[in-house]
Design a protein around this ligand. Structure first.
Ligand code: ZN
Length: 882
């Protein structure tokens, strides 16, 4: 715990390390409460470094022995504090340091460093967890070759794993213990170290790489869960093949291992050769996992695997460069999913997520650049800005260069920086070199300037001159610490759609438009297209080529035309969203003023046309039928937000769709029922998604028939997707069927925590006043535990992040409840506590009464004694006047 004002770390202060560690020999003897860690470090002065005292990082460590070049150090020659080991005098030449520490994995509730997930020993070292295992230069630019010997009781931990290849194993003579030695030949930073010991079942497979090497694949899970592994294994093999064809990247060790653990702060971790996963992202079977779970597993397995090159082989110089590995790897996993499933559906899903999370973050007090320049707690920067906007920035590089040059730039990056700890500048320089294009300094503003650019477009067609003109203005809003912004490079994919629905040829400012991309670089810019024989409809930011907020005044008729005809499927979807958002905003205002609500026949007609278009993918139709999220509507309103009015307007729109298109929805529901056993592929999943959104929209009419239909699906479902979708629909309606289904669900799945998480999350998200009491009761339910991050995220996280009306109750009780949970959790797991606190990030945009309630609760948390650095940092930034 740290009670002092936390110090800030600044990118501008970066200095190379004075010392390097070339080799690490670890000898870890596992014990539930007193594991011994003997570290032998080969240390040398860094060329150009100044001879200085050796200061190694620690966190909550207890030193039990210390020797330099084999000789124990005298008591007065070093200072071993829990957070630092300082040796005043070390030789100015290579030397060996032996450090022995004792750690208690059972008492480690932070789940950082060496801890126990159930009975399994495991580690999490990113970002700064290795220093909780031994004293070290715990920074990513110190890369070493690791050899790890693990010893444990055979009965307690028959399986012993670490990074790299297994080089020795055996029994420890005359004891009940055994050992394993692992060697990882690839130098790596300490955050990629991993160790696992436990009683685990293993599912094995093999993969032959493009150069013909055979790699053993092993996925370790709790015994009895082996039948839930095949989809993860299949995803892994597809990811390995895809990285070879899409990026030319081949796997490099003899074995690739994944271990699923039940207590994990994040989704998964890309430790070299030994990925450790939240079991939520490994385990799936038709009766235990939904289509969303399957898609999540495929994406996360791929993401962590892709890190082997973008993160492990080329790592980050410092934590400010986090987006170098995360933004790039998210881009790679999104591309993988687009290739495996449907490009159009993946893009729309990614943008929906970007708008509901990253745009919201970017518009509030926690806004920060993709590459922050200062942090107080790095754990708080694993954000949607670093990950998702970071991916968008890489995508823009590809849009600007085209796919062939982009691939050349990536090849150069891999060739030039393999084995290094790199920076964002070095990454971008590779694309500058292959394209001879100038990315510095203007493009780099995507990394340094926070805030979502506002792009306003005034279109004008001159029938006599046969020209079409776009006047484009860009502004970037002020964000914390950044009052003034410079113009950005904004690549807008663009088309002019003619009356027959086909794109017109484009000649802009005298030149043919290359790949259909307009590059906006100035605050105000005009583009004139010549020889446009008829009035076209502009389709701008196709494929969401730039992560901007676009204002383009199009008539509703033009939007309906784009919804029906645009060659770009993203903008077909967007046209319907734009119509819906406009209706929702005006109805939110009407609800608050007590004025009559507007209906939009045009929107209904557009939805009807999409619903009836048999050429469209079912998953695309389903996305089009879903109105903008509550978070997205609130962000569009910008200020004085009343979450009840937002919810009511959205519910009214859904009910209007359910009523107006009842017959077509019922017919589609029947048509999308697929006979035969469950299959998790994208087409089958898309049909289920559409079927279940029809079920849900039909139920908004509150007819008995629609509720009975949902209950019947709940009871007869032969897979978790259909059962869960029906339960989700029933949860929205206070009918006897809801209570019956919820009780039945618990009965069926009581022994399976991952499934019960769905039951917890769904109840926490019910948008009605009784929910807070229900959630309070559930915190005392035997299925809930404050020691497990998945349970906390399912119940408390779902209430705080997904239930906008009840978290934002006008009486402030929702805020007070979440704050109490945060304060209770903070001493045990500050990282997860700080994440929950992020739910307050939009408090300034609320209407006055709720804003005052939220502020009072925030100030109460800020004033609490002994806050962790994690929560303190989030609360201080959330409250700061920007
Ligand atoms: Zn990652």
């Amino acid at each position: 715990m740290r009670t002092e004002e936390p110090r800030s770390v600044r990118l501008a202060d970066y200095r190379p390390p004075d010392w390097l560690i070339e080799r690490v020999d670890l000898d870890v003897s596992l014990h539930p409460t007193a594991s011994t860690v003997r570290a032998t470090l080969k240390i040398k002065p860094n060329a150009g470094g100044t001879p200085a005292p050796l200061v190694l990082d620690g966190d909550d460590l207890k030193l039990s022995a210390l020797a330099l070049d084999g000789k124990p150090l005298a008591a007065g020659s070093y200072v071993a504090a829990p957070d630092r080991l300082t040796i005043a005098q070390v030789p100015n030449r290579p030397f060996t340091l032996e450090i022995e520490t004792i750690v208690d994995p059972t008492a480690n509730t932070q789940l950082m460093g060496l801890y126990r997930a159930g009975a399994t020993y495991c580690t999490q070292c990113e970002a700064e967890g290795f220093r909780r295992i031994t004293y070290f230069l715990d920074r990513p630019d110190v890369m070493a070759v690791y050899t790890t010997r693990i010893e444990a009781d055979k009965a307690e931990a028959p399986v012993l794993l670490s990074n790299g290849n297994l080089v020795a194993s055996g029994d420890v003579p005359d004891t009940s213990r055994h050992f394993a030695v692992w060697h990882d030949p690839f130098p790596k930073p300490s955050y990629l170290f991993a160790l696992v010991g436990g009683n685990l079942a293993c599912v094995e497979d093999a993969f032959t790489t493009m150069s013909g090497r055979k790699v053993k694949l092993a996925i370790y899970v709790e015994p009895g869960k082996e039948d839930r592994v095949p989809y993860a294994m299949d995803s892994l093999k597809r990811a390995m093949r895809w990285d070879e064809t899409a990026f030319g990247r081949e796997y490099d060790l003899d074995i690739f291992m994944i271990v699923a653990v039940s207590a994990f702060n994040m989704g998964a971790m890309e430790n070299k050769g030994l990925n450790i996963f939240n079991d939520k992202y490994v385990l799936a079977s038709p009766t235990t996992a939904t289509d969303t779970d399957y898609a999540g597993i495929e994406a996360v397995i791929a993401h962590e695997y892709f890190h082997n090159w973008t993160g492990d082989r080329i790592t980050c110089r410092d934590w400010f460069q986090l987006c170098l590995k995360e933004g790039l790897t998210v881009f790679r996993d999104q591309e993988f999913t687009a290739d495996q499933r449907s490009r159009a559906v993946e893009r729309i899903s990614d943008v929906r997520s970007l708008r509901s999370h990253q745009f919201v973050e970017d518009a509030g007090p926690l806004a920060h650049p993709v590459r922050p320049e200062v942090y107080r707690e790095i754990n708080n920067f694993y954000t949607s800005t670093v990950y998702e906007k970071g991916s968008e920035v890489v995508r823009m590089i590809r849009t600007l260069l085209g796919p062939a040059l982009f691939r050349q730039g990536m090849d150069l990056y891999f060739a030039r920086h393999d084995g290094q700890a790199a920076t964002v500048e070095q990454f971008v320089q590779c694309f500058a070199d292959v394209s001879r294009r100038d990315f510095f300094p203007q493009f780099m503003r995507w990394y340094s300037q926070a805030g979502t650019p506002d792009v306003k477009i005034a279109p004008h067609y001159d029938a006599r001159a046969k020209t079409f003109t776009l006047d484009i203005t860009q502004t970037i809003p002020a964000t914390p610490g950044q009052p003034d912004k410079e113009p950005m490079v904004i690549p807008l994919m663009f088309g002019l759609v003619g009356a027959n629905g086909a794109d017109l040829p484009l000649v802009a400012n005298g030149r043919p438009l290359e790949r259909g991309v307009i590059e906006v670089t100035r605050p105000h810019q005009r583009f004139v297209f010549a020889d446009i024989a008829e009035r076209p409809v502009p389709s701008v930011n196709r494929g969401f080529s730039a992560p901007v907020k676009l204002s383009l005044p199009l008539e509703p008729d033009d939007l309906r035309f784009l919804a029906a005809h645009d060659a770009d499927s993203f903008n077909r979807w967007q046209a319907v969203q734009t119509l819906a958002m406009s209706l929702l905003k005006s109805n939110v205002a009407a609800l608050r003023a007590g004025a009559p609500l507007r209906e939009d026949d045009g929107l209904m007609a557009a939805l009807g046309a999409v619903l009836g278009d048999a050429t469209l993918e079912p998953a695309f139709i389903a996305l089009t039928l879903a109105p903008p999220s509550e978070a997205d509507i609130a962000r569009e309103l910008g200020g004085d937000v009343d979450p009840d009015a937002v919810f009511a307007a959205r519910r009214r729109l859904r009910a209007a769709i359910g009523t107006r298109h009842g017959a077509a929805l019922a017919e589609t529901y029947r048509r999308m029922i697929t006979p035969g056993p469950y299959r998790p592929d994208a087409q089958s999943a898309g049909r289920r998604t559409l079927k279940n959104i029809c079920l849900d929209l039909l139920a908004t009419t509150e007819t008995s028939e629609s509720i009975v239909r949902a209950f019947a699906q709940y009871q007869s479902a032969d897979n978790m997707t259909d059962r869960m979708a029906a339960l989700d629909t029933l949860a929205q309606h206070d009918r006897p069927e809801r209570a019956a289904a919820l009780a039945d669900f618990y009965q069926r799945y009581a022994g399976d925590p991952l499934i019960i998480d769905k039951w917890l999350a769904l109840q926490a998200a019910i948008p009605e006043p009784a929910t807070l009491d229900r959630v309070r009761d559930l915190t005392r339910h035997p299925a809930f535990s404050m020691a497990n991050p998945n349970r906390i995220r399912a119940l408390i996280g779902s209430f705080a992040q997904a239930n906008h009306t009840q978290f934002n109750r006008a009486d402030g009780a929702g805020y007070a409840f979440v704050a109490d949970v945060v304060l209770a959790l903070d001493p045990k797991n500050p990282q997860v506590a700080a994440r929950l606190m992020g739910a307050f990030r939009s408090w300034r945009a609320l209407e006055a009464k709720r804003r005052a309630q939220a502020e009072a609760v925030l100030r109460r948390v800020a004033a609490a004694p002994a806050l962790s650095r994690d929560v303190h940092d989030i609360v201080a930034r959330t409250l700061a006047e920007s």
